[in-house]
Ligand binder design. Structure first.
Ligand SMILES: [Zn+2]
Ligand SMILES: [Zn+2]
Ligand SMILES: [Zn+2]
Length: 283
């Protein structure tokens, strides 16, 4: 399985759009891996997690080919994870031509909770786009109910995040590999822990929300490095991870008070890799 981090920032990006704080200035000065766009991750070349406004930038900068995507999982309806307006450009031949013999004849399978889906309505309505039934198929998901999409078994679990959106974190399994993608979330709710324990899944790859990075008190809504360490320890203790599990921290904000270059050596001490835009991992 291949995982490519396309965007690794929280909502405001790093540097944040209008910000002059010490962290944003440092990120501007250092450049490279310290620059982060909004949250998006590619699995192999056909499953995409989240669809922020920076998707087009990921197409241009990282060769993301949206025509190959068969499954689009949305974690929740915050705009750094879901910007539905750009999906409109798949829904009419005015914007997207599908070749007769091409790979885009089948609809893009979009998965999200009903609450997160509510934010799509005005976008589609406003543009008065006549939706092509081959363009997008909307699937409303339920927490703790697995589904299969294009050979991936996907299970949404409850996230500790903006409740009104009914946000989820995802277990994604294919070819005997299992990924836990936990964005955005604070320390996991107990029913999600129960599911993980009872499923007996041992994850090969775990990506944890580290928005609040160096803020020790961050356990709710988002996590900091300390909470990520607690999740990692509990996963190992309860059998959901072992010494072969690859752990990443991801989804960073200037409010976390650090940049990639400074965080990397610190996170490594706790057994975490640090994500950056464009990073690809195969396992
Ligand atoms: Zn976010
Ligand atoms: Zn800032
Ligand atoms: Zn969020």
């Amino acid at each position: 399985m291949k995982i490519k981090y396309l965007g690794t920032a929280a909502a405001e990006g790093t540097p944040a759009l209008f910000c002059s704080c010490e962290i944003c200035e440092k990120a501007r000065r250092l450049g490279g891996k310290n620059i982060r766009t909004r949250s998006q991750t590619l699995i192999n070349d056909d499953l995409l997690i989240d669809f922020p406004a920076d998707t087009y930038m990921h197409v241009l900068d990282y060769g993301l080919d949206l025509r190959k995507i068969k499954t689009l999982l949305i974690t929740h309806g915050h705009d750094d994870h879901f910007y539905p307006f750009d999906l409109v450009y798949r829904c009419s031949p005015v914007y997207a031509v599908f070749p007769d013999n091409g790979f885009s004849k089948k609809p893009l399978e979009l998965y999200l909770t009903r609450n997160s889906g509510k934010i799509m309505r005005p976008y589609f309505k406003k543009e008065k786009v006549k939706r092509d039934k081959n363009a997008i198929n909307i699937n409303y998901i339920k927490k703790f109910k697995s589904f299969v999409s294009n050979g991936y078994t996907v299970t949404p679990l409850r996230a500790s995040h903006a409740k009104f959106l009914d946000p989820v974190i995802y277990i994604i399994q294919k070819d005997n590999k299992a990924v836990l993608y936990a964005h955005d979330s604070g320390y996991f709710p107990e029913d999600s822990w129960n599911y993980i324990r009872q499923s007996k899944i041992v994850f090969d790859f775990v990506s944890l929300d580290c928005t609040s990075t160096l803020k020790d008190e961050a356990y709710e809504y988002h996590m900091g490095l300390k909470a990520c360490c607690d999740v990692k320890s509990r996963l190992i203790k309860e059998g959901g991870a072992n010494k072969n599990t690859i752990f990443f921290v991801n989804h960073f904000s200037h409010n976390g008070k650090t940049v990639y270059d400074d965080l990397k050596p610190l996170a490594e001490q706790y057994g975490f890799n640090v994500s950056y835009d464009g990073l690809e991992i195969e396992f």
